[in-house]
Design a protein around this ligand. Structure first.
Ligand code: BES
Ligand code: ZN
Ligand code: ZN
Length: 502
């Protein structure tokens, strides 16, 4: 997408579409009277009469027939009362603009930045939020319809009307674009059918990313995992014909490999539940059980683009969870990579077994703080619904910094308690160190708490994205399907994290 680094006046706009924000009180916008005289006096009357809707998130598209012969229409975007407009609401509003741009097949357009200013949101913030929101809203799920005659649509170019420094505006826009494009790529991974996205393919994707951004990469195959004794991931993989993969990416910014942030993702490419089989209605959608891996890879893409001064190791455990004569069973006792043994009570609680080995490996690779991300439990949906990611932590300062990042990105995260009593239940087994399914009461906590058993005294956050990773209906920032949740928050967190909490 071309970012045209040349600010235009209204008379010079040379795209067919101009995007303008309309607020309850437009008069205080710098340049408003200029716009009125450019557009025509009818504008203020239409705003007063409601023909141009100023309500937040309402859009009005009107043909333009004035002196600028290139300009064909203006998309007025309602902002409501800008005194109460938050960055998050503006991002969502731009998401809806992105959807409208796709609907009207507008691939090149001009945006008048000042019309969206609402203190303390300045032109740079607007450029950033527009790029991010509109590109997220513009996203469409790739499909395999042989009868489709839809053409691929891309946003080709953006132009600006602004009084602000155009180089700064372009730079802010570029960052928003980087964030959105990484989310969209994570969405593509989640939306891929499971016959196409196997562990091997996920590893191929990670390898491609590594090449693109010069990450160190290591892909461990089944034989290598056996050699290492990774009984967690291998047990889950036992019923499958597809090989598992343990994917490691390293981004090194400082000379010494220290202060390393570990990002660990659950990459279960399909979860049938195994012998603790899911009911048929609960199985559909389980292609998305690699949402944690997608979040980590999306965050790594942003890190590769932005190149923050931080060291990051990403580890993804990937396999599917299938049934065969060789599959693991309830009652099996397995030995994880850490050496800890686990009594398997439920083969559908497979994500925590994969993560156990992955977090152990990440710590071995130098992670001195760690965040794991996983579509881990239905329990988090029962507790928090589909719009909140559930979290656990062992370090409040570390978690506070993460929450700050999540407030910035607008991705809601809520901390849940992990008590000594919960840990006792995870450790309760007559035959092993741990069990993988202590019960269904509050079981989001058991899932994450189990992963916590493999954390060796470093700051840790567990993110359960089972509710937030896959939207069951369209939302302001995208369609039904993979959301790419946590890509932006993880990357923002890595970018912002001060040395103090590492
Ligand atoms: N992949 C599922 C969790 C999930 C549920 C993700 C719904 C997305 C939507 C996970 O592996 C699972 O099956 N968890 C079980 C755990 C139980 C057996 C303790 C669950 O949530 O029922
Ligand atoms: Zn499962
Ligand atoms: Zn699962």
């Amino acid at each position: 997408m071309k970012i045209v680094k040349e600010a235009k006046t209204f008379e010079q706009v040379n795209t067919e579409l101009l995007i303008v924000g309309v607020q309850k009180n437009c008069d205080h916008i710098s340049g408003w009277s200029k716009f009125v005289s450019f557009y025509g006096e009818s504008l203020e009357e239409w705003i007063r009469s409601g023909d141009i809707n100023t309500d937040r998130k309402k859009m009005t598209k009107i043909p333009y027939t004035g002196s600028n012969k290139k300009l064909k229409r203006v998309l007025f975007v309602g902002l409501g009362d800008t005194k109460t407009l938050t960055e998050n609401q503006l991002r969502e509003t731009f998401g809806l603009v992105g959807k409208e741009l796709r609907n009207i097949k507008a691939c090149e357009f001009t945006i008048w930045l000042e019309s969206f200013t609402a203190s303390p949101i300045d032109e740079n913030d607007i450029a950033y939020l527009f790029a991010e929101g509109a590109r997220l809203g513009f996203y469409q799920i790739p499909n395999y319809k042989t009868t489709s005659n839809e053409i691929d649509l891309y946003m080709d170019a953006v132009h600006f009307v602004t009084e602000a420094d155009i180089d700064e505006i372009a730079a802010s826009f570029e960052v928003g674009k980087i964030y959105a494009d990484a989310v969209n790529e994570a969405r593509n991974l989640v939306n891929l059918p499971p016959n196409l996205l196997t562990a091997t393919e996920l590893a191929n994707y990670a390898e491609k990313l590594a090449k693109q951004y010069d990450f160190e990469v290591e892909i461990l195959d089944k034989a290598q995992l056996e050699e290492l004794g990774m009984g967690g991931i291998l047990s889950v993989n036992k019923g499958s014909k597809e090989e598992p993969r343990l994917i490691t990416l390293k981004y090194q910014a400082t000379e010494k490999w220290e202060g390393v942030i570990g990002l660990v993702g659950k990459g279960v490419t399909y979860d049938t539940g195994g012998y603790s089989i899911k009911p048929k209605t609960g199985m559909v959608g389980m292609k998305g059980d690699m949402g944690g891996a997608a979040a980590v890879l999306g965050a790594m893409k942003i890190i590769g683009e932005i190149r923050p001064n931080k060291n990051v190791v990403a580890v993804i455990g990937s396999t599917d969870n299938m049934i065969s004569g060789e599959a693991f069973k309830p009652d099996d006792v397995i030995t994880t990579y850490s050496g800890k043994t686990v009594e398997v009570l439920n083969t559908d609680a497979e994500g925590r077994l994969v993560l156990a080995d992955a977090v152990t490996y990440a710590q071995q690779q130098g992670a001195s703080s760690l965040i794991d991300v996983a579509t881990l439990t239905g329990g988090v949906i029962t507790a928090l619904g589909f719009d909140k990611t559930g979290a656990l932590t062992n370090n409040e300062a570390f978690f506070d910094a993460f929450i700050e990042a999540s407030i910035e990105t607008g991705e809601f995260v809520w901390g849940m308690p992990l008590t000594e009593n919960d840990k006792k239940r995870i450790r309760k087994s007559d035959v092993a160190d741990l069990n993988n399914s202590p019960g269904r009461d509050g079981h989001m906590i058991f899932g994450g708490g189990f992963v916590g058993e493999f954390i060796e005294n470093i700051p840790w956050i567990h993110l359960d994205i089972a509710g937030t990773s896959d939207a069951n209906q369209a939302h302001d920032l995208g369609p039904k399907g993979g959301t790419g949740v946590m890509v932006r928050t993880l990357a923002t967190f890595v970018e912002r994290l001060g040395e103090a909490v590492q």
